[in-house]
Design a protein around this ligand. Sequence first.
Ligand code: NOJ
Ligand code: CA
Length: 535
Amino acid sequence: MSHHQPAWFKSAVLYQIYPRSFYDSNNDGIGDLPGITQKLDYLAGKHDSLGVNAIWLSPFYPSPLADFGYDVSDHCAVDPMYGTLKDFKDLLKAAHEREIKVIVDFIPNHTSNQHAWFQESRSSKDNPKRNWYTWQDAKPDGSPPNNWLSNFGGSAWTLDKKTGQYYLHSFLPEQPDLNWDNPEVRAAMKDVLRFWLDLGVDGFRVDAVYWLSKDPELRKDPANLSTPEPNDIRPRYSKAGPHLYKYLQEIAGVLKAYPDRFMITEAYPEKWRNIVSYIKFYKNVAPSVSAPFNFEGIDLPWEAKAFQSFIDRFQAKLHTTYVPVYNLGNHDKPRLATRVGPVAARTAAMLLLTLPGMPIMYYGDEIGMTNALIMPSEVKDPAEKNQPGLGYGRDPERTPLQWDATAHAGFSKHKTWLPIPENYRYINIDSEATEPYSMLSLYKQLLSLRNGLATLKYGRYHPLMLHEDVLAYQRRHGKERLTVLLNFSDAPIALTSRSIRGKLLLSTHLDIAAGSPVVAELTLRPHEGVVIQNA
Ligand code: NOJ
Ligand code: CA
């Protein structure tokens, strides 16, 4: 057995920060990079820190904010709203001093329409950057070149009057798709990666990768036969094209030239092919430096059976070198505590932090933040503006982190860019830090358990089958066995099994002393989760 310390990304707990909403250092109502630096002690390095091992920063690059930073107008700079490049370097240094790894968002598929590349590209048909984006003539009747749809509603094509051609945008018209089939584009985007790697970032979260490759013939998407909607089409040709993995390998190749770097690719699978889709990314990209997000924790119904079946099958397919990347929420999906409820959110916390690989926490979930109610006049997200009232809006899960019970939740002294839910008066870091049974206390104990136990970090996953409402598994490492039992129901459940004998290390209720003996019988209280160290 090797005595090398396994790479950080094999077990790190990654904490996602939405920079606009973490901490506002200059009181303009918007979170910023110096704000993150000031609050790093909350995350790690001090005895009462949360104890995460890495952070992922959502975009902080110059952007007209049509899609809140996912429309980048300069990939190698910091938007003045969030600070300066010097502020980023300071943040990186301060994080590394606390042994916090830092990964940043990389948005390869599109740029802002204000990006200098697009400005050049649209200026004339013979501009050298014309083919950096996808331009097509209209159909004879003037309509778009094909039926491809934008992820934010409507056609994926917009007519640009200047040259009379349509350009392709899989997201907003303000986010024209780069043409990855053009080697110059790939070279330029690889330079972007090197820019951040040279500064010392530890990796990337890679946005919307399915759209990097499309059908070279731009064939029309077929009707979706699995829905009754006549206008519903299946994105057969408009995404996941023939060169997808090749382009991702090229990205991975850049990371490989630097030690100890890692990237996580964002690709929501088609429902019925989820496991296959995930495994393809491991097999076809470069599992030593890359893994796909596993989004089932967000998409599955909150039922023990659904999770047990998925996780058991997924883990069984993972080669030992593959890093599973589980998460239960992000800036695009409703808050965990709102989806499953505040009590089950505790069970969910134990699930996330006892799974193998690199679990990802979404900022604010550690205190049980909920979706905010956003009035129509306060809407910021284009997903809601373009298709109001359908529940596509993502503002509710992007609100400022609730630091304390003072005005603006201690996030800022100024009116905040999104409203803060009234519950900040009791759902906040300051109050929860001193409440022994709070969500924050639970997260801290889970993280401290994980950070202290090689079995939780590196142990193999071994499924158990005890009760249909209890998600049960063991983590096994050397001679040690840890058993995790999670009651998904709101009724008590009595279990009898030899595999639960041992010492209780932690209950989500936080009211049982660590080390209490567990015999072969145990009654889990409603929604209770426990970690047992087997005898
Ligand atoms: C996924 C990002 O998470 C989301 O916020 C964004 O709108 C799209 N990709 C487009 O970049
Ligand atoms: Ca600010």
